[in-house]
Design a protein around this ligand. Sequence first.
Ligand SMILES: [Zn+2]
Ligand SMILES: [Zn+2]
Length: 109
Amino acid sequence: MDLLKDLQQKAQIKSNNRIDRDITELFYHSKEWRKVRKEVLARDKRECQVCKSLGKVTIDNLLVHHIYILEYYYNKRLDIDNLVTVCHSCHEMIHDRYKVNKWKEDEYF
Ligand SMILES: [Zn+2]
Ligand SMILES: [Zn+2]
């Protein structure tokens, strides 16, 4: 399976229920997010899972990405199966590069 392609496709899927940016920002500052983020990092052994799928080990510039994006799938915000550890450059490839500014604050820690 091509993990990168899979993540790129899922990041494009929108629901009819778009959540306001203020709410997603609040979420990124919540205790619940910090807790689940740690769980995901531990599960993924602090490695970029996309790089890993390509046989590379990347342990720097990591972030936790929402597979079905937070803005449209707010109910999956703390669903560990909807979260994956990736590195900054893989994250840019997952999201549309032209919209990279939109994701500037997305999921970083
Ligand atoms: Zn990577
Ligand atoms: Zn993301």
